[in-house]
Every structure is written in C-alpha cells, then in structure tokens.
Design a protein around this ligand. Structure first.
Ligand code: UDP
Ligand code: MG
Length: 321
C-alpha cells in the first residue's frame, strides 16, 4: 500500500542551500511516487528556526510556486532539536522522515528507509557509512561524545544523527515524552518498537556553514547526559565513598604511628594539599548537582518548546506532480 510520507527539514540561516535541497527532495519524492511507493500528498515540511537571512522568503516561494512544501516559521531560534520537534508535531503522514537542510544526509536513503518501513520497522535510523568528509576534529569530538554516552549507560545508535524515519505510532509515542528538553537521539531508542537502519555516505555541507560550533556541541553533550542519565551523580557518590575510605585508612595509620612508634607524622603539605583537593572536589560535585537542580527548575516551569509564528501552505496545488 502506498504511504503518505512527510519530510521534516529544520532550517537555520540556510538560504545558500535551500533551493538545491528542495530540488533534490522533490526529485526523490517524485520518483518514489512514480514507483508507487508514496502518495501524491507526501510533502516536505521546512521549519524555519528563527533565521535572520532569506530562509523564510525562500520557503514561501516554494509554497507559492506549488512545490510539495509546507513552511513552518518558529517565533525565534529554538535550536535544532526543537525545530525538529515542531516539524514532527505538525507533519501529517504515515511516517515522518527528518533530514538536515544542508544535504549532508544523502536523500537517496529516503527510498531505503521507506522500504524498511514497509517491512514493518517503526523506527529507521540513518547511519553514516563513512565520516571521511568530516574533519579530524569533528570525528574525534563525535567519538568522545558517543563513548561518554555509553559510559553513562545511555543507549544511542553509533554514527546516527537526526536522519531517521518514524512511523505514525512512533511519533505519537514520542509525544508522550513530556520533558521540555527532549534529546531525540537519546529518546528515540527508548520508544521501543521494531527498528532497523540504513547506511548512507555523509557528504560535505553543500553550502553555508555549520551551526554547531564547539560551544554548542559541548552544550548538547552536557544536555544529553544530564537529561538521560544520573551517572554523574553516582560518580560523585562513588568518589565520596572512595575518599572517605582512604581518609579513614590514613587516619588509622596516623594514629597507629603515633601510638606504636616514637614518631608523629610531620609536615604542612599533608594538611594543606587535601584541603585544596577536597575543596576542588566539593565545588565540582556541587556544580554537577547544580546541573540537575537547574534541570528540575527548568522542567518544572514546563515552558513551550517552540512557538509557531506562521504556517505557509497551499492546499490545492502543493502535491507531487
Ligand atoms: N539548525 C536549526 N537550528 C539551529 C541550528 C541548526 O534548525 O539552531 C539546523 C540546520 O539548519 C541544519 C541542521 O539543524 O539543517 C543541522 O545543523 P548543521 O548542519 O549546522 O550541523 P552539523 O551538520 O554541522 O553538525
Ligand atoms: Mg550539517
């Protein structure tokens, strides 16, 4: 049976690539429609995440000229994850595929994802086959990130970004996760259902520049860990336990030396250094606890993840030709 598919594309200042993105997606969707795999009302949802350039104008142009596109404009920049959520929440279809605007994700994998979906998968992960086009730095940070997540007991799919297909029921299940700060790569594996993956070659950014500088990557990593795991808190407890055990041992040893020999243990270093060490450790621990307290504070307000300012849609003509 043919399926209605929605493609969600988050866009932040992507004026340099959007036309090519639309062209390739349109081409791909049209051939899938011709092959009888998807229905004519399958569409591309462009989510403008508060861009400052001509992104929204270009999206509107697609809609007005009858391209199979719908524009969603957020009231301000809310970040990649929230832009994805806005698209997932609004998009209509039997399955929703999320893909970056910069054409790093190969659109040819869309057909393979739909095949997997047809075979009964509710979640289909796009996995990068090679990272040759990424810089050494990007590869290294990504590797460290995955290692860190695994160490914290967070289930993630290696080398999978946010290029994935979710069936209608997977999207509905996702909506049940009510935390404000949703980190999709961590949450999607928790949904369950049958999942599979398709491989694709990750290309270089077609044009424009990355919206993920190191600062944002570190924030994302911290967000991911603190919102999905309490491992850092356990680490503090473990440290506390080890240090207490060690200081007990040292205390008994010092008392022993004093009682059973004629010496006492001299020196200021043994007094001063532990004070610095413990002071540092305590501040660090407070910082980690603070992260979680901050999370509770932000979550308790349950502010909206995104606010939609406008939706651009032509009902009649925006169907696949
Ligand atoms: N993006 C977004 N909001 C942001 C930052 C990025 O919607 O605040 C979009 C961006 O337009 C792109 C996707 O998220 O479609 C991934 O961003 P980018 O390609 O810059 O990240 P990278 O591939 O370098 O990790
Ligand atoms: Mg990119």
């Amino acid at each position: 049976m043919t399926k209605q598919i929605a493609i969600v594309v988050p866009c932040y200042n992507e004026e340099a690539v959007l036309k090519e993105t639309m062209r390739r997606l349109n081409h791909e969707l049209t051939s899938l429609k011709d092959a009888g795999k998807i229905t004519r009302d399958s569409r591309v949802y462009f989510v403008d995440d508060g861009s400052h350039d001509k992104t929204w104008g270009i999206i509107n142009e697609f809609v007005q000229t009858g391209a199979p596109a719908i524009g969603i404009k957020l009231s301000r920049n809310r970040g990649h994850q929230n832009a994805l959520l806005a698209g997932l929440w609004i998009a209509k279809g039997d399955a929703v595929i999320t893909i970056d605007a910069d054409l790093q994700d190969d659109v040819a994998a869309i057909g393979k994802m739909i095949d997997e979906f047809d075979c009964g998968s509710d979640v289909v992960y796009g996995i990068r086959d090679s990272r040759e086009t990424d810089t050494v730095f990007k590869r290294l940070t990504a590797h460290t990130f995955y290692k860190l997540l695994t160490t914290c007991g967070i289930e993630t799919v290696y080398d999978h970004a946010d290029y994935r297909l979710l069936s209608r029921r997977a999207v509905e299940a996702l909506k049940e996760f009510r935390e404000v700060n949703l980190y999709l790569r961590g949450i999607v594996p928790l949904i369950g259902f049958k999942s599979s993956s398709v491989k694709y070659d990750r290309a270089k950014r077609f044009a424009g520049e990355t919206k993920y500088p190191l600062r944002k990557m570190v924030t994302l990593a911290l967000e991911a860990i603190t919102s999905l795991s309490v491992a850092p808190l356990r680490l503090i407890s473990a440290f506390g336990f080890l240090l207490s055990a060690a200081s007990f041992a040292i205390t008994f040893w010092a008392i022993g030396v004093r009682l059973f020999t004629n010496e006492a243990i001299p020196g200021w270093a043994s007094t001063v250094l532990p004070i610095y060490f413990l002071g540092g450790l305590q501040l660090l621990s407070l910082g980690v606890i603070g992260e979680y307290v901050g999370k509770i504070y932000l979550e308790s307000k349950s502010r909206p993840r995104f606010i939609v300012e406008a939706v651009s849609e032509l009902r009649e003509s925006s169907r696949l030709k």
